[in-house]
Write a protein that binds this ligand. Structure first.
Ligand code: ATP
Ligand code: MN
Length: 570
């Protein structure tokens, strides 16, 4: 073997070794890199899993709500009631959508009763998580789904003998207005009242024949010493139809009072008092607002008429809802330039106006249409004061209308004893009438009953007229026990009133069901039910409270019941 070949062989062996070393080194390095990549991937995967787990179990950006297990059950199970706060109220913000405080915390459970609602609504078959439900609740408190009105309950109530007790026989002077006695045929012509046909108004020919009388006049002619209308009088429907749909030929601002309202005229010379919509149905009056700063609600005027009728009082003038065209039926019909000047277009193009009044008549408190259709209440006007003067009485339980002062009735323990000795409360039915009024006001949570009126013609022996109910139905989640002060302080109530309240507490005549049915007849129901389910539920809750107050009085006094229907068989 030559040296050269040995060297060459040695070189080959050396290079072979080197290559082998390099290869081993390379394999080790590649494995290490691979390990590193794998390790990185595993860390990333773990991180991803941790993040995923965290997002499933909690949402760190949202406030965490600690719900007691009882509340959790209440939100998912309609038959369980959640814990109450110190005021006996379910904690706010925890109500499942579609269920009012009344339902989860009150004395009955509408969801369980009707079987139509479930506590946590499922959409497209998906069950909402608890956090989603609570979060949704914090953002908005949606209204309960309106239930179907049950007209048979209402009809059965009005057929009940209690609602058909014949009143005392009426004498001539028990009617507010009377036509002159019948005249001979040949003299009839001279007794006709003929209007000159003014622009927009119909030429009217009136005589003694009732058929010639338009509904508003028949309403006026039907007012007696004891009631504003007879609920069985077919004219009531004609009057309601007139208010709801007759052509409007004039719109003028009504002076007096604090808020914007208009007197609307019809071609047959009928008139209505219009109050505009200012608040959505499910909006509650701000708790920090004093009652005397509250807005008027058009639906409260309408619902008060229905509630008063359901109670069989007939002391609130008929009021119906209507959608008016703000341009055609107000701006273009008014002859009041100052009113027309307050019309403007809002930023989103809706027609608005604010009129002139001592409160809330400014651009900030404008009334706006959608875009020019405005929901309003139209209440039948009472006969003109020149024909039938009225007396306005300050309520003995009037609030102080001051932020700092209490009224006398709030300070004196024996206040009612003083009232009972003071005319006109010392005789007749005036005291029990004021107590009826307090019951009506408590049921609809009206704190603003500073005055009531009577027709002068009837002296003190007459019913009380309940005008201005616009501040009722402002809150459904809270009752205002002080409104019941007249009942609780005097411990006296008409027997007929008590019996009607007892009827309305029975399942077959339940007040909320009868009110839902009664209100369903109003034309505005097609836009939205006049009272939300929460308000209807509040009526039942408050009715139970009135009955409890009466029962407490009966325990304390033997003369708590004023027996106004001695000959009633029940
Ligand atoms: N249906 C009606 N028919 C005739 N007059 C009415 C009718 N309703 C109200 N009025 C009269 O109009 C006046 C003002 O009405 P209302 O009390 O409803 O307005 P208001 O602005 O709410 O008043 P306030 O601010 O004093 O509560 C009342 O004093 C009443 O005499
Ligand atoms: Mn008012």
């Amino acid at each position: 073997m030559s040296r050269v070949s040995v060297h060459r062989d040695w070189g080959v062996i050396q290079s072979f070794h080197l290559a082998e070393k390099m290869m081993r080194w390379c394999v080790r390095r590649r494995a290490r890199a691979l390990c590193l990549v794998l390790a990185c991937l595993s860390v990333l995967l773990h991180l991803f899993l941790v993040l995923l787990t965290l997002s499933v179990y909690q949402t760190p950006s949202e406030p965490q709500v600690q719900l007691p297990s009882k509340t959790i059950r209440a939100l998912t199970d309609p038959t369980v009631t959640p814990p109450m706060d110190s005021h006996g109220k379910a904690p706010s913000g925890l109500r499942p959508p579609g269920v009012s405080i009344m339902d989860v915390g009150g004395d009955r459970n509408m969801a369980a009763r009707t079987g139509e609602e479930s506590s946590v609504p499922k959409q497209d078959g998906a069950v909402k998580t608890l956090s989603e439900t609570v979060k949704m609740e914090c953002v908005n408190t949606p209204d309960l789904q309106p239930l179907k009105p049950n007209l048979t309950k209402m009809e059965a109530l009005f057929k009940h003998p209690l609602y058909n007790v014949p009143g005392p026989p009426l004498q001539d002077d028990d009617w507010l207005l009377r036509m002159k006695p019948k005249v001979k045929e040949q003299e009839l012509e001279s007794h006709q009242w003929l209007s000159a046909s003014e622009e927009g108004y119909d030429a009217v020919h009136l005589n003694n024949d009732v058929d010639t009388h338009p509904p508003w006049l028949r309403f006026h002619m039907g007012i007696t010493r004891w009631q504003l209308y007879d609920p069985r009088d077919p004219n009531l429907h004609l009057l309601e139809d007139q208010l709801a749909s007759d052509k409007i030929v004039s719109a003028l601002q009504k002076t007096g009072g604090t808020q914007l309202k208009l007197v609307m005229s019809f071609p047959n010379y009928g008139q209505a008092l219009l109050k505009p919509m200012k608040q959505e149905r499910n909006e509650e009056t701000n708790y920090n607002l004093y009652y005397f700063s509250d807005f008027e609600r058009h639906n409260a005027e309408i619902a008060a008429y229905h509630l008063d009728r359901v109670l069989g009082f007939r002391r609130v003038p008929p009021a119906v809802g209507r959608l008016v065209d703000m341009i055609k039926e107000i701006k273009e019909t008014t002859t009041d330039g100052k009113l027309a000047k307050t019309f403007f277009n809002s930023a989103v193009g809706n027609t608005c106006f604010y009129g002139q009044c001592s409160y809330y008549c400014s651009t900030e408190h404008a009334v706006c249409g959608r875009p020019r259709a405005l929901e309003v209440s139209m209440a039948a006007m009472l006969p003109d004061l020149s024909l039938a003067p009225r007396r306005s009485w300050r309520s003995p339980w009037r609030r102080s209308y001051s932020r700092s002062k209490l009224a006398q009735w709030e300070k004196e323990k024996d206040y009612c004893d003083t009232v009972k000795k003071t005319p006109p409360y010392d005789e007749g039915t005036r005291l029990v009438d004021v107590i009826d009024m307090a019951i009506l006001d408590f049921l609809m949570s009206n704190l603003d009953r500073h005055h009531y009126e009577t027709f002068e013609k009837f002296g003190n022996d007459t019913f009380l007229i309940h005008l201005d109910n616009g501040r009722a139905f402002g809150r459904f989640s809270k009752d205002e026990p002080s409104i019941l002060a007249p009942l609780e302080q005097c411990c006296r109530v008409r027997r007929s009133t008590l019996m009607k309240l007892q009827l309305l507490a029975l399942p077959q005549h339940r007040l909320s069901d009868v009110m839902r049915a009664s209100l369903s007849k109003d034309p505005l129901t097609t836009v939205a039910p006049l009272l939300s389910e929460q308000h209807l539920a509040a009526l039942d809750r408050r009715l139970a409270r009135v009955l409890k107050a009466v029962a407490d009085c009966q325990e304390r006094y033997s003369n708590a019941i004023y027996n106004d229907i001695t000959d009633y068989p029940g």
